[in-house]
Design a protein around this ligand. Structure first.
Ligand code: BES
Ligand code: ZN
Ligand code: ZN
Length: 461
């Protein structure tokens, strides 16, 4: 098999007049991406004309191509910036270059740590053209940040746990412009982070709270990104049932998203002022675990009855929101694999966003462009009283049988500092994929890294 291929699009390949390529193109069905390696080592991508109109199509095409070429053990591929941008004539040239590189790298992503017999193989891509390089670089940064989030999510829970996660972050950001503050259990006690301390009680791992600080421009409004970091969610005493709970290792997807966003922003030297706030716990049943009915006293004065220990995400995010207030954040976005109900509402293609309506519609538009799709959801005031508790200010579960994602949002809203503009992103439905397709690998998606980085940049303009 060839070691180096050049990538051409259908139109360009016909110009070469190579008969076998022409036959191939004409005989391929429209509307999908096909690849041919012919004697002259050319690759042809055929896509229906209609499909070439969004940046997501560019990323998906590149991802499929990268995977296909890797399977064929092609070592390198080359494409000229002109051929590439002509392949997607309706789109901005720079954005096409970035999206192609991003999709290529993410399409080739594999988590092979626990398959030592498989040697990682990746077809390297070179895009030629001097002016193209800044866009190529941007694509690499976006892919690397998303891949970092995927790695964190895919990692197993005995390796990535509340004691090791902070170390991984320290290592990742060492020597960068991101400062890492790790608050340990003693500091959590001083800071009265009682949600985190309570949920963590049944685990053999001490909880932690990590702050990632990036000051790319001090004059910009402070954006706090709060990410749920449950390294495994068994449900606790309200134990989950099911034959395979292994996906619950990804219950730190929010933490992965904010960590990825900080890498993206710092690497691209964004002119933003941002702090990631990451409560990290494992939710386990034990004789020390929080029991249903217990009451948590929060630092802001609110008391919460733990009606269900499996609704733990909101309990630790509450501390994160209070902490964001102590940082005087102007904008707060929390992100979490929070409710199974969001999957019933929206499926696995888009996340749900709650909170400030203007910001919700802004973040939706950002996701439309960058591939982290998201849809605005309502915080229905009439459901708020369903969180009432007989003996505390509120319960962590709703008395309603429906609207589970909305009532989770309403719970969080009670902890949002008065002065801040706030969004809540529920990413439970989009945390993983059941099969590889486009620029997604099977398993973790790395959802949210690009979304939060681009949102932060957007509000810092
Ligand atoms: N981590 C889960 C939500 C989840 C479910 C994420 C499926 C990804 C896939 C969360 O902590 C949880 O257990 N939520 C409960 C809330 C309920 C007890 C009010 C749920 O969604 O069932
Ligand atoms: Zn849970
Ligand atoms: Zn959870």
């Amino acid at each position: 098999m060839s070691n180096n291929v050049k990538i051409l699009f259908e139109k360009d390949s016909l110009i070469t007049g190579n008969q076998s390529v022409k036959d191939f193109v004409e005989n391929s069905p429209a509307g999908h991406c096909s690849v041919l390696l012919n004697e002259t080592h050319y690759v042809v991508v055929k896509e229906s004309k209609k499909a070439l109109i969004t940046l997501e199509n560019v990323r998906a095409t590149a991802g499929n191509l990268a995977r296909d070429l890797s399977t064929r053990k092609v070592t390198s591929a080359e494409v000229t910036a002109d051929v590439l941008t002509n392949g997607f004539p309706k789109l901005d040239k720079g954005e096409v270059l970035t999206a192609f590189v991003e999709g290529w790298q993410l399409g080739a992503y594999q988590f092979l740590k626990y398959k030592p017999s498989i040697t990682p193989f990746e077809t390297t891509l070179s895009v030629t053209g001097d002016e193209a390089q800044q866009f190529v670089e941007a694509g690499k940064i976006r892919a690397e940040a998303t891949a970092f989030s995927r790695d964190l999510m895919n990692e197993v829970s005995n390796v990535l746990n509340p004691e090791t996660f902070p170390e991984v972050l320290k290592q990742k950001f060492e020597g960068t412009d991101v400062q890492v503050n790790v608050l340990d259990k003693e500091q959590l006690e001083k800071l009265e982070m009682n949600g985190v301390l309570t949920v963590a009680r049944g685990s053999k791992y001490k909880p932690a709270f990590v702050e990632l600080v990036y000051k790319g421009d001090d004059s910009k409004p402070l954006v706090a990104l709060v990410g749920k970091g449950v390294t495994f969610d068994t449900g606790g005493i309200s134990l989950k049932s099911g034959k395979d709970l292994s996906d619950m290792r990804m219950d730190m997807g929010g933490a992965a998203a904010v960590s990825g966003a900080l890498t993206l922003l710092a690497k691209s030297k964004a002119k933003v002022n941002v702090v990631a706030l990451i409560p990290i716990v494992e939710n386990m049943p034990d004789n020390t675990s929080v029991l249903p009915g217990e009451v948590i006293h929060y630092k802001n004065g609110l008391t919460v009855q733990v009606g269900n220990t499996d609704a733990e995400g909101r309990l630790i995010l509450a501390d994160g929101l209070i902490r964001a207030g102590e940082w005087n954040a102007e904008y707060i976005v929390n992100i979490a694999t929070l409710t199974g109900a969001i999957m019933n509402a929206l499926g696995t293609e888009l996340g749900g966003v709650f909170g400030d309506e203007e910001l919700s519609s802004a973040i939706k538009k950002i996701g439309d462009v960058n591939g982290d799709f998201i849809w605005p959801m309502p915080l229905v005031d009439a459901y708020d009283s369903s969180l009432d508790s007989d003996y505390a200010d509120m319960n962590n579960i709703s008395s309603l049988s429906g609207a589970g994602s909305i009532t989770a949002g309403l719970f969080l809203r009670r902890f949002v500092p008065k002065e801040s503009k706030w969004l809540h992103v529920d990413m439970a439905g989009v945390m993983d994929k059941s099969k590889a397709s486009g620029y997604y690998a099977k398993s973790a998606t790395g959802y949210g890294a690009r979304l939060l980085a681009d949102f932060t940049t957007h509000v810092s303009k």
